[in-house]
Design a protein around this ligand. Sequence first.
Ligand code: NAD
Length: 452
Amino acid sequence: MPDRLQQLHSNPLTAWLARSAGLPNPVTLARADGPYSAELFAGKVAVLASVGDGYLEPGLRPILAAAGADVRQPGELAGDERCDILLVDASGCLAPGDYTELFEAVHPLARRIANNGRVLVLAPPVGSAESPAAAAAARGLEGFTRSLGKELGARGTTVNLAYVSRAAAERLEMLVRFFCGPQSAYVSGQALDVSADTAPPAAQPTEQVLAGKVALVTGAARGIGLATARRLRQEGATVVALDVPAAADDLAHVRGELEIESLALDITAADAPAQLGDFLREKFGGLDILVHNAGITRDKTLGKMQASQWQQVMEVNLEAVLGIDAALLEAGLVRDEARLVYLSSMSGIAGNFGQTNYATTKAALIGYVDALGRELAARGICANAVAPGFIETAMTGKMPFFTREVGRRLNSLKQGGEPRDVAELVCFLASPGAYGVNGNTIRVCGQALIGA
Ligand code: NAD
C-alpha cells in the first residue's frame, strides 16, 4: 500500500511543501523478501561491543560470522563506513558505574548505524540480579534501548533488548538472526526474556526453519492470519488454514494459492475443539505449531455496550482459544517442542477507548502465555503472545482518515506495519531455534508511542 507521506516527499511538486510543513518522511523499511537463508547477514557489517565482563560475547561472534556478517570490534570502522548491525553484550553491566562503559561503547557508533540498521542489546536478567544495584543496572538498559529506538527509528533502524540468563547463553542464534535481520523490520523498542527453562529442541535449522512441522493458523482467510499461513508455508511447514464457514470461498482460494490444507470451522461452535481434534488426528496425528490468530472487535464504550457485544468478543478471542488448547492438550495432539502463538494487541497492554471487551481478552492472553509457557516448558513447548500495533489491514483501512493517519504515524518508524511484519514475528516464535523465548509478549508496532 503506498504511503501518502512518502509520496508527498518524493514528488517534486509537493516535496517542498511537505518539508516546510514539517511532515515526517518515513523511510522505506527493508523487509525480508523470502525465507531465512543460512547466510542471512551476507554483505552486512556487524559491530560487536561489550560492557563489563559479559558472559555472552564469546558465543555471539560465531553466530554473526556463521550468518555471513563482516564482524568488527568497536573502533574498527574505517573512515565514514557505517555498520548495519550493532550487537551489544551488556551482560556484564552489573552496577550503575558500568553505564560509563556503555556510553563509551555506543556513543561513537550511534551516528554510524546505517539506515534500516539493527541494534540488539543483551542484558543480564533483572529478577536474578545479586543486589538492588545490579537490578537497577540491568533494568536501566531498557530505558537506554527504548530511547535509542526513538532516536534511530526515523531512519528505519530498530533497537531491541533481550534479558539473557547465563544458563541461556547457548540459546541466542535464532534470536540474533531475527532481531538483527530484515525479518524484524517493524519490531522495535521491545524487551524480552530469554531463559533456559524450556527443554531444547532436537534440531535448530537456519534454513527452511519449519520443515517437517504441522502448523494450524486460525482466522487465516485474510489479513494477518493469511500472511502468517503464507510465511509459515514459505519456511517449509505443512499448514492448515482455519476460518469461519462464511469465509469458505476465501479459504478455498488460500488453499489453492498456498497449496495448503484448510478447515472451515467457527472456533466458538460447541463442538469446535472436538472437530478440530478429529481433523488433526486423522490428517497428521497432531500438531507442532498453533497460531491463535482469529479475533474480533465489537467496540463501544462500556456504558453503551450491549451484553452480546461483550460476550461475542469473550467467546472468540478468549474462551474458544482456551477451550481448543485444553482439548488438544488433553487429547495428546500438541506434540513435544510445539510452539503456541497468540495474537494479543497493543490494546491489551495499554487499554483503548471503547475496547473494554477486546482489551480484556487481549490482556488475558498475556497472562495466559506466561502461565502456560511455564506449565509446558518441560516438554520443550513454548507459548508466547504477539501484540500488533497499527497494521495495514482491511480492519484499519476502514478507519476514518484522520484516526487512521494518527494511528499510523504514532510510532518511531512513522508508518503502519504490514501483515507480513506480524507474520515474521510469529514465524520466529514458531521456530525451533526460539526455544529460549517462552511466556513473553512481544509487540510488533514500530515502537508505538502508546503503552510500554
Ligand atoms: P481480520 O478481521 O482481518 O481477520 C480475522 C479473521 O478471523 C477473519 O478471517 C475472520 O473470519 C476470522 N474469525 C473471526 N471469528 C472467527 C471464528 N469464530 N472462528 C474462526 N475464524 C474467525 O483481523 P486481522 O486484522 O488480520 O487481525 C488478526 C488478529 O490480530 C486478531 O486477533 C486481532 O485482534 C489481532 N490484531 C490486529 C491488529 C491490526 O492492526 N490489524 C492489531 C492488534 C491485534
